[in-house]
Write a protein that binds this ligand. Structure first.
Ligand code: SF4
Length: 230
């Protein structure tokens, strides 16, 4: 199965009744600023090349961001910070992302998430995360031939990444490495190694309060890119 085929299946998924209802309700009701737009309102596939050497793992699509535009991190303030940092590191061809058709191109990096539908209050339940996990497992498996680094945004992404790789037979250090900004661990399977990098999430809460500065994000992305040979 190719990533394109996986994405075609993913966008049809209706496995979580609460999230299906929410993503579609948001898409119908819209935010005033976007009232003339057609919201995506479906599961959001990964974005970036299918031979990526780095993946960036967020949490879940934002109701009026990726759930509106249909592209990961596109159309909200979290994404604005992330795309700007990727551009600054040389991993994107432009600093701003506004829609799925804005010409944005990522170099060697693919963005994805452990939960693919926008959850109420940005909080998926553990059951929803577990139900969605097979999509991430399949995507990671397809990316493995080229993958070298994984950047996880926030503690939820960190736990989801370690769980997903454990499911795929990767050996994770014991005790499980703790999440922190700048945390780094290596997982192993046979003669393969992958480096996992932790960053505070690019949420408005973190960026507005200065808990996560652009320089801090650039540092983690640069380290991941260097490790991956980008
Ligand atoms: Fe399907 Fe995942 Fe969306 Fe649940 S969150 S409906 S499993 S794509």
């Amino acid at each position: 199965r190719s990533i394109a085929a996986l994405d075609d299946e993913l966008v049809e998924c209706r496995a979580c009744p609460r999230l299906v209802e929410w993503r579609e309700q948001v898409a119908r009701e819209k935010r005033a600023a976007f009232v003339d737009q057609t919201y995506w309102g479906r599961p959001v596939p990964g974005f970036g090349p299918v031979d990526a050497r780095v993946i960036i793992l967020g949490l879940a699509p934002a109701a009026h961001g990726a759930n509106r535009t249909g592209r990961m991190f596109t159309g909200d303030q979290s994404g604005d910070v992330l795309f700007r940092a990727l551009y600054d590191v040389g991993l994107a061809n432009q600093p701003t992302a506004v829609s799925a058709h804005d010409g944005m191109e990522l170099f060697g990096v693919r963005m994805t998430a452990p939960v693919r539908c926008a959850p109420p209050q940005n909080k998926p339940t553990v059951t929803e995360r577990d139900r969605c996990a097979h999509w991430l497992d399949a995507e990671v498996d397809l990316l493995l031939p080229t993958l070298r680094s994984v950047v996880v945004l926030g503690a939820f992404g960190w736990q989801s990444a370690l769980r997903a790789f454990g499911e795929l037979g990767w050996i994770v250090e014991r005790p499980k490495p703790k999440f922190a900004h700048g945390a780094r661990t290596t997982i192993r399977r046979g003669d393969r190694e992958l480096a996992i990098f932790g960053s505070f999430h690019v949420s408005q809460h973190n960026t507005f309060t200065g808990r996560l500065t652009p320089a801090m994000l650039v540092d983690v992305l640069s380290a991941a890119a260097r490790h991956a040979g980008l």
